[in-house]
Design a protein around this ligand. Sequence first.
Ligand SMILES: NC(=O)c1ccc[n+]([C@@H]2O[C@H](COP(=O)([O-])OP(=O)(O)OC[C@H]3O[C@@H](n4cnc5c(N)ncnc54)[C@H](O)[C@@H]3O)[C@@H](O)[C@H]2O)c1
Length: 329
Amino acid sequence: MWFNVSMVQSGKKKVLCFETDEQGISMKIYQGVVLTLEVIVLIVKMYATWFYSIYKFFVPPEPKSVKGEIILITGAGHGMGREMALSFAKLGGTIVCVDINPTGNQETVEMIKDSKGKAHSYLCDVTSRTSINEMAEKIRKEVGDVTILINNAGIMPCKPLLQTGEKEIRTAFEVNCLAHLWTLQAFLPAMMERNHGHIVAMSSMAGVIGLRNLVPYCGTKFAVRGMMEAVHEELREDPRDFSGIKLTCICPYIVDTGLCKNPKIKFPSLMKILSPQEAVEHIVDAVRREYHEITIPSSLYYINQMFRVFPRSVPLHIKDFLDSGLEAQ
Ligand SMILES: NC(=O)c1ccc[n+]([C@@H]2O[C@H](COP(=O)([O-])OP(=O)(O)OC[C@H]3O[C@@H](n4cnc5c(N)ncnc54)[C@H](O)[C@@H]3O)[C@@H](O)[C@H]2O)c1
């Protein structure tokens, strides 16, 4: 009789294992059956989720209430940040407005209070981790635990890479990208304690496709999407239950806030420049329906997904045909 000898891991120890040829064959058949069953379960799960997603496309989830939520918005002193603050305040949220610009931030707070909403103003340069942590401590004492965190503050150097200075590049990454990590470290633990919360990140269509004159900006916005996906996985794979913490990533095209100074659009009906109010309607809806990621306009999401399956030069032809983007400023 022949024996097969192998080392098998048993807990922390390795154990020498002897088995006859017959036992070896039975073991291989057993492992084959288990693997086949696992693949069948995987295929069933994939199809079930796929059909469920199609169903959800036609029957979207009901928008959740944000009444009583403490909603922190960075960059609340202007543009989409301000519009989000006004919209979420109307829906009954307590808004924590955060900005580096005291005048703009205070104006947003006054506008909310004038329409009988609840708002608080905190000045903070989101590039400073120390300032974020100090502010977080103050907010916890003065307002309570933040339950919806909207990382919106952003800047956009718009010129060819070789004309962009080191400081501009570093600051773009600090505001658009690193600040998200500092606020997550400051506010996520309280959400995890209660298994309740929502993190919203402003990426951009420049975080989905590369665009000329926006090399560092595209880098920051692609990074935001990557970080959001990774945080999602970290929460999903944690043995504790964090299913009550939702994540939404927003990818607008061009919104008329003054950030994009020289937009170039060949087909305005397909890729219209939106007002901040129009864009924020989509953002608030996506947050309330707990969508994982949206583009504004939504058609760009499907166009991008569709053309990504073609060889790389095919979507480039479409991009050349659409001939849209930003001129250097
Ligand atoms: N406007 C667009 O077309 C567009 C398109 C796609 C994505 N986005 C993204 O959406 C977000 C909001 O854009 P917007 O157009 O409303 O911008 P905006 O310029 O109108 O407002 C940005 C706000 O962020 C604040 N801010 C800047 N640096 C800060 C810092 N270090 N600390 C704290 N606050 C700071 C500014 O003071 C300002 O109030 C940004 O992240 C932007 O990249 C904008």
